[in-house]
Design a protein. Structure first.
Length: 155
């Protein structure tokens, strides 16, 4: 992430575009600050979403942090977040990547996954429903405004 923040990151030996980096820079900086405070969060954070066939970077996905680091403060849960770049939306990448992240969390003993979604974000609301998540509450995010919190539980 440091290399990404500095514009030196590569993915599969190709430079990550300045445009993609610029769109994600705010999140990258948040995660770098978080890593300084909580180095153990590293495995839970930002990952690339890559299209299998072309190897194209289609977006990013990760948890907001290690278990307990989520909008509800639930010690037994992680909170999922992702973004798919405009040209790649509507192809199922977010759903597939989210399923993979949820499965990964379960292998680490976490069986409760949250996602906070703006009521106007129809695409992410659809992803949450495809994942079998259900609405548990509405919260007021100090940056993003009202968000619906969804939850998936499972073994």
């Amino acid at each position: 992430m440091r290399a990404l923040a500095q514009g030196r990151a590569t993915l599969r030996r190709k430079a990550i575009s300045k445009e993609w980096r610029d769109r994600q820079l705010g999140l990258i900086e948040i995660r770098l600050h978080q890593l300084q405070r909580f180095p153990d969060h590293a495995p839970w954070l930002m990952r690339a979403m890559i299209e299998r066939g072309s190897g194209a970077l289609v977006g990013q996905i990760g948890f907001h942090g290690a278990p307990g680091y989520n909008g509800l403060g639930a010690q037994d849960a992680v909170e999922l977040g992702y973004a798919v770049d405009e040209p790649f939306r509507g192809r199922g990448y977010a759903t597939e990547a989210a399923r993979g992240m949820i499965a990964w969390a379960r292998t680490r003993g976490i069986h409760r996954v949250l996602a906070s979604i703006a009521p106007s974000n129809a695409a992410s609301l659809a992803v949450a429903r495809k994942l079998g998540m259900h609405e548990v509450t509405i919260v007021e995010d100090e940056v993003d405004g009202p968000e619906i919190v969804f939850e998936a539980r499972g073994a």
